[in-house]
Each structure stands twice: as C-alpha cells, then as structure tokens.
Ligand binder design. Structure first.
Ligand code: FES
Length: 167
C-alpha cells in the first residue's frame, strides 16, 4: 500500500485532511486537481510549501503543479486578488542566468516586486525556489504556462499584455 512519501510542510493537523484525500485517490498524478481543491478548502489558499508538498507526494513536476494552480481561477495563490499570476523561479540556475535583471526591470517598469501586484492589482508576482526546469533557466510560469529562457523584454511584454487587455 502506498503511503505519504514526504513530510507535510508543518505539524498543522489540517495536513491530515490533505493526506487523507491523497491517500483516498491513491497518490496518483491524476489526483492533482482534487488535491489542490481539498488543500484550498482546508487552508483558504495555496502557497509554495503546499504546492511543493503536493508535487512531491503525487510525483507531479512542480512546474505542472504551478501551472494548474495558476491556470484555474478556482485556486487562490498568495497574494490574493490579482487576475493574472507570474511565478518566477529564484533558484540558483535562474538567478545565475539573469533573474536579478528581470526582477529589476519588472520593478522599474511596472512597479511589480515579488509578493506584490501591479498598482492596478491586475497582475501578481510570486516566486518559487526552483520550478524543476533548470535547463530552461531563467524560467517562470505565466498564468499556467511555463516560459523558459526568459528575458526582461519577454517578461515585460507578457505582463503588459495582461494589464492592457484586462478591463
Ligand atoms: S533554478 Fe530555476 S528552474 Fe531550477
């Protein structure tokens, strides 16, 4: 019988509810969406530790978990409220391949910093420690779509499109 493979992010008893759901679903990758629903219902939102735990336990790539969690409006990642979400990877490979310049450009051009939103609240910027796509560094997930070899220009263009086209 399969068991939970990795330790829960904290000793919070609410993780037992999530573990029970994953167990009921056989710890299979196809349990991802339902597990995310249960986690959100239990905690009220999804954060990086939760996504990492679910990815490790179900054997789903972290980039895919971020993709699903940011694609469906039903899921709420911190920070709340933004319609669009960009998750940039702050892992070593991405850092060395130019992430600091990208973050500086987002801050300077759009007033967007990690953990925050654009001044109009339409786009939020989050960080992940590693999206497990280091060969594509620097990498980010834009509303569920993994983008590799990211540049400042590409990141600015994608986020400007969200801000300008969102009514
Ligand atoms: S360090 Fe960025 S994807 Fe691994």
């Amino acid at each position: 019988m399969k068991t939970v493979k990795s330790a829960a992010p904290s000793t919070d008893n609410r993780w037992r509810i999530v573990d029970a759901a994953m167990r009921r679903l056989g710890f299979q990758p196809h349990a991802l969406i339902e597990t995310l629903h249960v986690t959100q219902e239990t905690f009220g939102f999804l954060d990086e530790d939760a996504l990492r735990y679910i990815a490790a336990t179900l054997g789903v790539p972290l980039s895919q978990v971020y993709g699903v969690a940011t694609f469906y409006r039903a899921f709420t990642l911190k920070p709340k409220g933004a319609h669009h979400t960009c998750v940039v990877c702050t892992g070593t490979a991405c850092h060395l391949k130019g992430l600091p310049e990208i973050l500086a450009a987002l801050e300077a051009e759009l007033g967007l910093s990690p953990g925050g939103s654009t001044p109009d609240g339409k786009a939020a910027l989050m960080t992940a420690r590693c999206l497990a796509s280091c060969g594509l560094a620097p990498a980010a997930v834009f509303d569920g779509k993994m983008v590799g070899n990211l540049t400042s220009a590409t990141a600015l263009k994608r986020i400007r499109q969200w801000v300008e086209h969102e009514s």
